[in-house]
Design a protein around this ligand. Structure first.
Ligand code: TPP
Length: 571
């Protein structure tokens, strides 16, 4: 459609509508008010969720993107509004989340003069964006917004920031026509797999005695759950998932070895250590997965499939690097592999799982333990949810408990801050998810520390009556920090017990029903109430204070050095 004599701000709104954006998460200020003013006239096509802090807006855009598979959009004003976005942008960068962030900026003629609320957002967001650009004239709007959406969602997705000066928003465009971008010179987001590499990968897999697949977030982005399952079942190949890849393979499959990495499952880590061929799909050998890289997967020839060329041979040298979209690569590999049985190798999953059950899981889930434990709370929620839930986590012990004890299936969605490990992520990310999909359960687990980082977003939950079920795992500590001090700093409890507010009263102030629970029966009843009460709900589960998350990979160790307890380095 062509439009004549419209303002830059209206052009921005129309461009967003052309990109099928129907919701924007944001916060206003003088430098982006023209855009809000144009939203006013398009209320039926584009809605706006007012978060209570710009960090909330960007995490909400991330949560929206992860839950919907679409590009999330957030908006902030210049200066402090823009700087407040930065943590979330970095978060999206490390976790490959497609978002477009729009910041208002001072008039272009004032740039460089320390105008009121001027910051060099393009400069400071450069290292944490896939692309950023400052629009200083209205005529650039159509082409630049089209590029922004294309870059954010194509190839390895990521955050794009557009900084738009106020004069560009206010000046009039004589003729406006929007065309979606499908190609940018010298930008190659999708690589087709090379036949020789596929053949080499298939040959390795056909001849492997102990093949193991590690599936990361890239597999979910590439939507290749079905291909992962087909190959795993055909080759009788155990599968481990990274934290961000957890819903790529069902936790109830007999081939599921569990989560890999620092606090992952024993079977998944031991099999990484023992496998002779490791098929790495859409994962990047992050240090929380590998531990000591030099000792990681020491017996394996690695096949590494990644859409991002820069990831190949970056951390771990691959025997067969495949620069391609995971789905298309796995489809081609599947055509060349022959079905087989490998019972002896697969049986090791049960063996290692039994060891972990005996040493850790049965303890963590013990229904007779006097005090609640994080694992029991997560299990009590997860076991009552139908498949197809959205599980959002914050960061710390609560994140590891949710990763380990939530029964993730391929119908679920896990939204968690993996790469940046951003405390305060869960509440606003859940807000984004709740706006992306209706009719499924959205549960958000967080610690008492992380909740207090963004708890102002209860305001948005109240205002829009979002059906988010909040579970605070309250151990009255910055638990993961206390654990590190316990294990590596002679138990020096520098921060001491947190003096927390009354979370139930806080929920009440926001008109959100809430329960505090300390026993299993209270927990069961509260979960029942939570799941049968429409709208938001908050449970504060008071859990054991001094529990450490095990197993853990020893410092300096690798997957094979995961232990069930560490000697405490106490004075
Ligand atoms: C923004 C931010 N600041 C600091 C940290 C470092 N950090 C990681 S876990 C953690 C403690 C989290 O405590 P809490 O939210 O209570 O969760 P718990 O570990 O007790 O489950 C801290 C401070 C972080 N990840 N993010």
């Amino acid at each position: 459609m062509k439009y004549n004599n419209i303002s830059g701000a209206e052009a921005i709104t129309l461009a967003l509508i052309e990109e099928n954006v129907d919701i924007v998460f944001g916060y206003p200020g003088g430098a982006n008010l023209p855009i809000y003013d144009s939203f006013y006239n398009y209320e039926k096509k584009i809605s706006h969720i007012l978060l209570r802090h710009e960090q909330g807006a960007v995490h909400a855009a991330e949560g929206y993107a992860e839950a919907s598979g679409r590009v999330g959009v957030c908006m902030a004003t210049s200066g402090p509004g823009a700087t407040n976005l930065l943590t979330g942008i970095a978060d999206a960068m490390l976790d490959s989340v497609p978002i477009v962030c729009i910041t208002g900026q001072v008039n272009s003629e004032d740039l460089g003069y320390d105008a009121f609320q001027e910051t060099d957002v393009v400069g400071f967001s450069m290292p944490v964006t896939k692309w950023n650009y400052q629009i200083t004239t209205a005529d650039e709007i159509a082409e630049t917004i089209a590029k922004a959406f294309y870059i954010a969602r194509s190839g390895r997705p990521g955050p794009v920031l557009l900084d738009i000066t106020k004069n560009a928003q206010l000046s009039i465009i004589k003729e406006f026509e929007y065309q979606k971008c499908t190609k940018i010179n010298n930008y190659h987001p999708k690589w087709k797999p090379i036949t020789e590499k596929i053949a080499a990968a298939a040959e390795l897999l056909n001849n492997a005695e102990r093949p193991f697949m590690v599936v990361g977030h890239g597999a979910l982005i590439s939507k290749c759950r079905e291909e992962v399952r087909t190959i795993a079942e055909k080759l009788d190949m155990p599968v481990g998932c990274t934290l961000k890849g957890l819903t790529a393979f069902s936790s109830d499959s007999p081939l599921f070895a569990g989560m890999v990495g620092l606090h992952g499952n024993y079977a998944a880590n031991m099999m990484t250590n023992e496998c002779d061929v490791l098929l790495a799909v859409g994962m990047r050998f992050a240090d929380r997965v590998t531990g000591n890289v030099k000792k990681y997967a020491p017996k394996a020839k690695i096949i590494h499939i990644d859409i991002d060329f820069a990831e190949l041979n970056k951390v771990k040298r691959a025997y067969v690097p495949i620069n391609a979209d995971a789905k298309s690569a796995l489809k081609l590999i599947n055509e060349r592999i022959t079905p087989r049985k490998n019972a002896k190798w697969v049986d090791k999953i049960s063996f290692y799982r039994q060891t972990e059950l005996d040493k850790i899981i049965n303890h963590d889930l013990d229904p007779n333990a006097e005090e609640l434990r994080m694992g029991r709370v997560v299990d009590a929620v997860s076991s009552r949810l139908p498949m197809g839930a959205v599980c959002v986590t914050d960061v710390g012990q609560n994140q590891m408990a949710a990763a380990r004890y939530f029964r993730h299936t391929i119908l679920d969605c896990l939204i968690t801050s993996g790469g940046l490990g951003t405390m305060g992520f869960a509440l606003p990310a859940a807000i984004g998810a709740a706006n992306a999909i209706q009719g499924c359960n959205i549960v958000a687990f967080m610690g008492d520390g992380g909740f207090q980082m963004t708890m102002e977003e209860l305001g948005a939950i109240m205002q829009y009556r979002l059906p988010i079920k909040i579970i605070i795992l309250n151990n009255k500590y910055l638990g993961m920090i206390r654990q590190l001090q316990d294990l590596y700093y002679k138990g020096h409890d520098y921060f001491k017990e947190l003096q927390n507010p009354d979370f139930v009263k806080i929920a009440a102030a926001y008109d959100i029903p809430a329960r505090r629970v300390t026993t299993q029966s209270e927990l069961n009843q509260a979960v029942e109430d939570m799941l049968t009460t429409p709208g938001p709900f908050l449970i504060e589960a008071q859990v054991e204070k001094n529990t450490n998350i095990y197993p853990v990979i020893k410092t300096g160790g690798s997957a094979g050095d995961q232990v069930f307890e560490l000697p405490k380095n106490q004075e």
